[in-house]
Design a protein around this ligand. Sequence first.
Ligand code: DGY
Length: 329
Amino acid sequence: MILTMQPSVLVTRRIYPEAIEYLKQHAEVDYNPTDDILSPADLLARAKGKQAIVSQLVDKFTPGVIAQLGVRIIANVAVGFDNIDIPAATERGILVTNTPDVLTDTTADFAFALLMAAARRIVEAHEFVHAGKWERWTIDMLVGQDVHHRTLGIFGMGRIGQAMARRGKGFDMRVIYHDAQPANFDAEFASKEKVLRESDFISLHVPLTPETRHYIGEPELRMMKPTAILINTARGPVVDEAALARALKEGWIGGAGIDVFEREPAIDPDLLKCRTATLAPHIGSASVETRRGMSMIAVENAVAALEGRRPKTLLNPLAWEKVYARKEA
Ligand code: DGY
């Protein structure tokens, strides 16, 4: 009797149960069912002998870690992949996948919700009412800024940037944007400086790369209108957090809606003190449907790689060509 060994998969942290059930139908699963982050040493020890890893943004795949991996695929449960050194993975013939599309509208909904909350002071209003401070209606109690018919500036006109732009248009906003090149989208493509100077709201949708680290720093914040509101649901290090705290404290800009931070879960203490900052704990894609969908896409990608099929949301086709195309030839 020939016994075929089942492939083995490491799931580094808790994901939706349906995704684990699906994986179990196709592989042995070494599951960390907690939210604890595996240290690089634990990650490597548990990845030994595995053919796939289902990871999250808190798992850091540096070139040093990747050099010691023998897996076929790292399936990241996120659209962002700045936690994985893609060139190092490609070099080693390791496929890397993310979870795009499923979270596009969910993240744009949240970016727009932050924009609305910051503009109309919803969190302050909520705290005010809960604290029993509401005694009478007054003409200027908790007055904020209009959103409709104002200018929405977008940096990064990819899938989520465009979904944000559509929401802005739904509010009759003028939408301007900047990106490396113009997108196929009906909005004004403008220079970075024009977007900074003319926007009432600026929403960031660029990936984190060496070029976008501190894309918004002191010079940019000083170019913005004193009433402008900055929204960041992309990645924390895209904004110089200390400069943002100073900008809010000293009134260079009017407010911010921030979901992602430079050193999550730590937040600059000065930013925490700013009443004009509406802050959230990296929950842009956090709807039940979307987080479940992200979990499923990641495990489906892992199983595809285990079965020698090209994963749907492959980030490094070169790795596929290197390893799998050669096998097929
Ligand atoms: C993403 O998908 O990149 C979100 O930031 C959650 O990790």
